[in-house]
Design a protein around this ligand. Structure first.
Ligand code: HEC
Length: 150
């Protein structure tokens, strides 16, 4: 009874919602918290800062195996502190929002299992990994965002 009362008091003080948002953040909130500091809320990034534009480009990486491996090793993912399911959720969110995929050919979503598998692979140099993937994407005619270390 006392516990229930404590929750009511917390809710009245506006503290309880903050706790529940932390426990189950929506993918959008997760993006805002973990990614938008660099990629910006609108996904545009910063050319000067070396943060690639996600809009209309991010889906290309999701279409080839090495691109999916690369995505699981970009700094914002490795340093996010999110678990495999959380990473899958935020990655699928940005695919849905910015991949510009035709409805009949969506970018395959990540599952937590695939995230775990790909994160376990070793990618010592992410800039070089991106370069190799970009060659493959360009050969397939898939669009890639500008990047200072291309
Ligand atoms: C500290 C800044 C920073 C944060 C925070 C960050 N990123 Fe990034 N992100 C980068 C940089 C820099 C690159 C370019 C790759 C590189 O240089 O290693 C990148 C690349 C990417 C790419 C590949 C785009 C491309 O064209 O290569 C994706 C997708 C991405 N980040 C998603 C995310 C997601 C999702 C989050 C949040 C969980 C996130 N990032 C958080 C800095 C950040």
């Amino acid at each position: 009874m006392l516990g229930g009362l404590a929750l009511v008091v917390l809710a009245a003080a506006g503290l309880w919602p903050a706790v529940s948002v932390e426990a189950a953040p929506a993918a959008h909130t997760r993006y805002l918290i973990h990614c938008s500091g660099c990629h910006r809320a609108d996904g545009s990034g910063s050319r000067r800062g070396g943060i690639p534009d996600l809009r209309g480009f991010v889906g290309s990486f999701g279409r080839v195996h090495d691109g999916r491996v690369y995505l699981m090793h970009v700094p914002g993912i490795t340093a996010s502190g999110l678990d495999d399911a959380g990473i899958a959720e935020v990655m699928n969110y940005i695919f849905t929002r910015w991949a510009e995929a035709p409805p009949n050919d969506p970018v395959p979503p990540f599952s937590a299992d695939e995230v775990a598998r790909l994160r376990a692979l070793s990618v010592p140099d992410v800039v070089q990994a991106r370069r190799a993937v970009v060659h493959e994407l360009e050969a397939r005619g898939l669009p890639v965002a500008a990047y200072p270390w291309q």
